[in-house]
Design a protein around this ligand. Structure first.
Ligand code: MIC
Ligand code: SF4
Length: 644
């Protein structure tokens, strides 16, 4: 029998029940959860609705890292709510200012061999430690905290073999950009990427984290590295040597697919606006004037990233027409760059320093100028995400961002290749004083709730017929930023579904909420990879709130499809692509006998305008069908917990 790969070991050691074999579902026990504030408020409202007294996981952490600008009362109210909920239910609370969830989780809590479910699409970052770390909607995290296992389509395992060694000033970011160039933003759907080969040993845990982080942009379920000597040294340097456990693929382990990347042949890469897979060499766009460079986000904000940037900035100054903005990923990093003089080098060079948070990555501050060119080390460059619709956002490594900030034009950082390389610190500065650990029992503790925190209404069970207007007919790669945009104003409303729903599809058609209400709800139509990007379940809850009952597309992103099911919206797929092209916005569709369609996985959909009937399928598991019938996962879980 062939040996096991790492993914199989992780899944098998946590498998609760259910199918092996492709096409089936993997159902796994969840050891750890993480939430962040903008998905967390809703996740905890749902957790409360389940009526469980204390989390059942080994470790659950609630981070506050997204909405921390506090331009109105809403953010601070949410923070208080999250802090109180954490104490009450046994969750560690990471205070605002402590850093970005994925960076901090790597530093302080990630454990090789464990499972982690997080209400943020970049949760796979922790795969850098050899964890099975998966992003999901808030309700799935609430269910995991309540002790329910997590299900996902049994993945294919794609082995990424790293050969050779990176040349100077070519970085981990360039490795993952190369993977995106080859596989595209939907190339990872249904897959887990397992990294291996001789090149792995030279990558530190934070560098591995840059790679696993951006697996989310491939649509992959997650990405994972072995847990090896590098992992051990990292954990020891964090004062967590006892958390180390080795994890490697067995000799001769089999994989479904494989790609090989020769690191020594790589050069600095850049993703052009407006998709993370529009990757070309930095060389090919060098010389383009740059208005802004941002070094930060959960992709590239580690001590290493900032140290290597500072080595380029030291003794030089940011160009006159370029703004350099730096957001350290964690308080640990901020403390260490302060201690080591790196911060001084950065500020001396003209860098502007931000709080340890997501910030510009999600359009919370530092929006570029009209038509501005912004080079960012973050992971997504979707149109408008920066806060400026006409801005051109390019995704690059920290090295490329720093080099370009100094020159004022897109610059290949190999021009600075003579600079001494940066090593990993022997010891990280571990100060856990911005975590609040929960008391033994918090049952009696009160929870502060600001006026913006609105409990979720119960949804109706699925009806047997769906009839209505096609409220929007959309193209390929519609992101959750299209469905429900980010930015400080809209994100402040994450705990208030009625209010945030007024911005549903604001980036596609601002009249959508009004039209949906006037039509009494309806259906949505989309192309390939519908719902890619964020894990925000609001992108399903808001359409549901506005009366959307079904979505029909050519294909879905995994997290969004599950969020639709959780919200009780029927996610169908066109059997024939030509039927997709024949549909127009405003058409009236009717789907009868939903119950039978669910059972047979085949639905006849009639277009009242043309009189034509076409076929659609759901491809859902038995469990997902059950959730849909119940009107969503919250209804189903409540029933199960009540013993019904
Ligand atoms: C993102 O990067 O888009 C976010 C903001 O972190 C989201 C979560 C959210 O919408 O709150 C994600 O990636 O899941
Ligand atoms: Fe925050 Fe950006 Fe990372 Fe999302 S991608 S968690 S917004 S830093």
């Amino acid at each position: 029998m062939a040996g096991k790969n790492i993914v199989q070991k992780l899944i098998d050691s946590h498998r609760v029940e259910g199918g092996a074999g492709k096409g089936a579902e993997a159902i796994v026990r969840i050891d750890q959860t993480l939430t962040q504030d903008t998905t967390g408020t809703m996740a905890y409202l749902q957790f409360e609705a389940l009526g469980v007294k204390r989390v059942k996981t080994e470790k659950s952490v609630s981070y506050v890292d997204h909405n921390i600008l506090q331009v109105g009362f809403e953010n601070a109210d949410d923070h208080n709510f999250l802090q109180d909920i954490a104490a009450k239910y046994g969750i560690i609370f990471s205070r605002p200012g402590n850093g970005i969830c994925h960076q901090v989780h790597l530093e302080r809590f990630g454990v090789p061999g464990k499972t982690l479910l997080g209400s943020d699409s970049h949760t796979p970052t922790a795969g850098a430690l050899g964890m099975l770390a998966i992003g999901a909607g808030g309700l799935d995290i609430a269910l995991a905290m309540a002790g329910f296992p997590f299900s996902f389509p049994e993945p294919k395992v794609l082995h990424v073999e790293l050969k050779g060694a990176l040349p100077p000033m070519v970085s981990a970011k360039d490795i993952v950009l190369e993977v995106l160039r080859r596989l595209t933003v939907k190339g990872g759907v249904g897959k887990i990427l397992e990294y291996g080969g001789e090149g792995v040993a030279a990558l530190s845990v934070p560098q591995r984290g840059t790679i696993t982080n951006m697996g989310a942009e491939l649509g992959a379920t997650t990405s994972v590295f072995p847990s090896d000597e590098v992992t051990k040294r990292f954990l020891e340097a964090q004062g967590r040597g006892k958390d180390y456990a080795p994890l490697a693929a067995d000799p001769g382990a089999a994989y479904d697919e494989e790609i090989v990347i020769d690191l020594s042949a790589l050069e600095p890469l850049v993703a052009l606006p407006h998709m993370p897979d529009k990757v070309v060499t930095v060389r090919s766009v060098a010389g383009k004037p740059v208005d802004q460079c941002f070094i930060g986000s959960c992709t590239n904000s580690s001590y290493y990233d900032l140290a290597v940037s500072a080595s380029i900035l030291k003794g030089r100054h940011v160009a006159d027409r370029t703004s350099l903005v730096v957001g350290p990923g964690s308080r640990q990093t901020l403390l260490m760059i302060t201690r080591d003089g790196i911060l001084t080098d950065m500020v001396t060079s003209g860098a502007r320093i931000l709080e340890c948070a997501c910030g510009p990555c999600i359009g919370i501050g530092q929006a570029p100028r009209t038509d501005g060119v912004s080079l960012r080390t973050s992971n997504r460059n979707f149109e408008g995400r920066s806060g400026t619709k006409s801005a051109q956002v390019f995704l690059v490594s920290a090295e490329t961002a720093a080099a370009s900030a100094v020159r004022g034009v897109i610059t290949d950082p190999r021009e600075f290749a003579g600079i001494a390389s940066v090593g990993m610190p022997e010891r990280f500065l571990a100060d856990d004083s911005m975590f609040i650990f929960p008391p033994e029992s918090g049952e009696e503790l009160p929870v502060r709730r600001g006026p913006n925190i609105i409990a979720l209404q119960a949804f109706e069970p699925l009806s047997d017929a769906i009839e209505g207007e096609v409220l929007l007919a959309m193209g390929d790669n519609i992101t959750t930023d299209h469905i429900l945009p980010a930015g400080s104003k809209i994100m402040s409303l994450r705990s208030n579904l009625p209010a945030i729903s007024e911005y549903c599809f604001a980036a596609v058609d601002p009249t959508f909420p009004e039209r949906a209400r006037a039509a009494g709800g309806g259906l949505l139509v989309g192309g390939e990879n519908y719902g890619q990007g964020s894990s925000r379940e609001h992108a399903a809850l808001s359409p549901r709130f506005l009366g959307v009952k079904a979505v029909i597309t050519l294909s879905y992103a995994r997290i969004h499809r599950q969020n639709l099911v959780n919200a009780g919206i029927l996610p169908l797929v066109f059997e024939k692509p030509e039927d997709y092209r024949a549909i127009k916005q405003g058409d009236r569709l009717s789907i009868l006998n939903i119950g039978e369609g669910l059972a047979r996985d085949r639905f006849a959909v009639k277009n009242e305008r043309s009189g034509a009937t076409f076929m659609a399928r759901h491809g859902l598991s038995a469990r997902q069908i059950e959730l849909l019938r119940a009107g969503g996962a919250l209804n189903a879980a409540r029933r199960e917990l009540a013993g019904g």
